[in-house]
Design a protein around this ligand. Structure first.
Ligand SMILES: Nc1nc2c(ncn2[C@@H]2O[C@H](COP(=O)(O)OP(=O)(O)OP(=O)(O)O)[C@@H](O)[C@H]2O)c(=O)[nH]1
Ligand SMILES: [Mg+2]
Ligand SMILES: [Zn+2]
Length: 390
């Protein structure tokens, strides 16, 4: 699925519009074309227009002309030269979407992927917005405010845009755009709202489904204020709506496999689960990427995932889990704690995240940026890979 979209307004990018520093459309300076090229040019459809070459970009940069989307949003440098993974965070109000994402991006910034030889940069404009979240949560250790609902149909929250760079097989450098969308949970309750205000879900190539433990019937005593009244059925419905929307967006039949989309399910606030007698031991732990090969971690992730599924089923989540496992593409289930502890009087005693990296590692592997080895049972793995990645 190579649909390229503007990460800001999600308009398809067939050919980027080049603009100068004042926002005035300008053609990128091009090389002189041969007679043959001039003859063939009119036969090209818009669809086939070549993406700007590094040379175009270099010449344009010198003339301070940069590619933008049809709505004039400046694209991050070299955005079009890299594949893009669009990650949508999905979860009802208070699921920890914003808190988890803030901690995750901070970890990435701090070099959490360095043991895998991966560096992380953030787009300037995203970085400025991210700093506000980071300062409040990580420095002041205060609770983040609820994410504001969007106004206006077809709108989308502002994404955080990152670039991941690593070395692929054979030592070649490869890079991906990693774009995160965090919506207000309030607008994910109803299928209609999800379609109207969750425009990013049409462009998402990955989803992180976040579930707070307090929504499971037998874990209700762990609920944060407001959570216990939400009911598990709402969450099941959210997963079904999400699965339908992802398929509709791709013109797929409601029961067909979702090729090209990856999903991780995140049980958040798992610091509250630590002391429970039936909580699988070792399910909440940090990935020490330097300690063992990624394939071992992934094998571990897979077995932890099935133990977490059992744990959630025992705690009254069967129906939700059935929807998750049947409707989403090969999801893995993870336990994470973004903050390490409950907030008291609006503040956290300290911020000590646990397990936050695993869900992202799985998504990166599903999109081929990391090796998938260990994630699927051996026999089925190779057969499935053909089916999903053609
Ligand atoms: N114990 C614990 N509490 C957490 C954690 N993460 C979030 N919380 C609590 O859950 C509340 C809601 O978290 P948010 O990140 O704002 O939730 P959200 O999913 O973004 O919610 P909306 O923006 O309304 O959709 C926080 O204010 C904390 O009280 C965690 O890792 N551990
Ligand atoms: Mg939020
Ligand atoms: Zn745009």
């Amino acid at each position: 699925m190579k649909r390229r979209v503007c990460p800001r307004c999600l308009e398809p990018l067939v050919t980027p519009v080049w603009r100068d520093a004042a926002g005035v459309p300008r053609r990128p300076p091009v090389e002189r074309r041969s007679r043959w090229q001039r003859l063939l040019e009119p036969l090209r459809t818009a669809e086939m227009a070549p993406p700007p070459t590094p040379r175009d970009a270099a010449v344009a940069a010198a003339a301070s002309v940069s590619p933008t989307c049809p709505n004039g949003h400046r694209l991050p440098p070299a955005y079009l030269e890299r594949p893009t993974i669009v990650v949508g965070l999905v979860g009802l109000t208070g699921a920890s979407k914003s808190t988890y994402l803030t901690v995750l991006i901070d970890l990435l910034h701090e070099g959490a992927l360095a043991p895998l030889g991966i560096s992380v940069e953030m787009d300037e404009e995203s970085a400025a917005r991210f700093d506000d979240y980071r300062y409040r949560l990580m420095v002041q250790r205060r609770q983040l405010p609820l994410t504001l609902p969007l106004l206006g149909e077809g709108s989308s929250p502002e994404p955080f845009m990152l670039v991941l760079r690593g070395t692929g097989r054979g030592g070649a450098e490869r890079a991906v755009n990693l774009v995160f969308f965090d919506a207000s949970g309030e607008q994910l309750y109803r299928a209609e709202d999800m379609g109207q205000y969750g425009k990013f879900l049409y462009a998402a190539s990955s989803v992180l489904v976040l579930l707070s433990p307090g929504v499971f019937p037998r874990l209700r005593h762990l609920a944060d204020p407001g959570e216990e009244s939400m009911g598990l059925a709402r969450h099941t419905q959210m997963v079904v709506n999400l699965a339908n929307l992802l398929r509709t967006a791709r013109n797929l039949h409601p029961d067909s496999p979702l090729a090209g989309v990856s999903a991780s399910v995140v049980v958040t606030k798992a610091d509250k689960l630590r002391g429970l007698p039936d909580f699988p031991a070792g399910a909440l732990r940090d990935t020490d990427l330097a300690a063992m090969p990624l394939a071992h971690w992934f094998a571990d992730v897979r077995s932890t995932s099935s133990r977490l599924v059992d744990f959630l089923e025992v705690n009254g989540g069967s129906n939700l889990l059935t929807a998750v496992l049947n409707r989403l593409p090969r999801p893995t289930v993870h336990a994470v704690s973004a903050t390490g502890a409950d907030a008291r009087d609006g503040g956290y005693p300290e911020i000590s995240p646990v397990g936050c990296l695993d869900p992202l590692l799985v998504l990166l592997a599903r999109h081929g940026f990391l090796s998938e080895e260990g994630l699927d049972p051996e026999e089925a793995g190779s057969a499935l890979r053909g089916e999903w990645f053609g």
